[in-house]
Design a protein. Structure first.
Length: 282
């Protein structure tokens, strides 16, 4: 049978291409419209916010006063510093816990292994908000309330997805490497540290990017467990009061918060795709 007979009809290819491009256009519109509204609002004055529509152009496209106020009075410098500290410790802990747990689940055979994997799966299906009463009691009982240690502990212990990413990738690493190292006298810790962990770099990069963006954008946990200090996600809440909100300043601060995340994603997006697909096929 010729290859020409196996090709879909030209009309079918045209319909498929049309649907593909329409879906891409719809995705771009859904993504850019809210961002454009926030950008336009950040350039308006307080009077323009109340008297103009969301898509109406501001009086001046060079109005940077809202950005200055958001940066100086919103405590964004403190927010960036605190966020960096929490982010660094949380990512290190997540990588260590995730890789060691994945190594144990993939390489070791022990009683109750299926039960442990099932419990991890169930944990991913339970919304975190439903367990916040018990979580708050534990954090308060440990004396960690209103401290960065509480956030670091919570961020490290609520990322089951990273374990599955590491397991998925680790399954593509031949067990023969472990066996060869054991013949040479290496113990399990040496195998993990010298062989497994370096080979997990693409998966680690993926987890760092995904988890880092999630921590950077998290609002609920910092607002609840660290009320005395501001993170980048909670610093803008200072412009919200009982009698209203300075939406133009909040919009300007939102743009400032989005820029680092957007730059990081554009620069490192190839690592996200590579880490998510690597290890999917043995």
């Amino acid at each position: 049978m010729s290859t020409t007979a196996l090709r879909p009809p030209r009309a079918g290819r045209s319909i498929g291409a049309t649907i593909k491009y329409l879906s891409l256009i719809a995705g771009v519109v859904v993504t850019l419209v809210p961002l454009s509204v926030v950008l336009i609002a950040s350039l308006k004055t307080s009077q323009e916010i109340g008297t103009t529509g969301p898509f109406e152009a501001p009086g001046s496209w060079l109005n940077l006063e809202n950005f200055i106020i958001a940066f100086e009075q919103g405590g964004m410098v403190e927010g960036f510093i605190n966020t960096t500290i929490v982010l660094a410790f949380s990512l290190v802990g997540t990588i260590f816990i995730g890789t060691t747990a994945a190594y144990a689940l993939d390489r070791f055979r022990f009683r109750g292994k299926t039960l442990v994997v099932g419990l991890f799966l169930i944990a991913t299906l339970i919304p975190g908000v439903t367990s916040q009463v018990a979580t708050f009691q534990i954090i308060n009982g440990l004396g960690l309330y209103d401290s960065m240690a509480a956030l670091v502990l919570l961020f490290m212990g609520t990322d089951i997805i990273s374990i599955y990413i590491f397991i998925q990738f680790m399954q593509s690493i031949p067990v023969s490497l472990d066996e060869a190292a054991m013949i040479d006298g290496a113990n399990r810790w040496t195998i993990y540290w010298r062989i497994i962990l370096p080979l997990l770099k693409p998966a680690i990069a993926t987890v760092v990017i995904i988890k880092g963006i999630a921590i950077y954008n998290e609002f609920y946990l910092p607002f609840l467990y660290l009320p005395s200090e501001g993170l980048i996600s909670t610093s803008l809440f200072r412009f919200k009061g009982p009698f209203g909100a300075n939406w133009e300043i909040i919009a300007a601060g939102t743009i400032l918060v989005i820029i680092p995340t957007l730059v990081a994603f554009l620069v490192l997006q190839r690592w996200i795709y590579r880490g998510l697909t690597a290890g999917a096929v043995k």
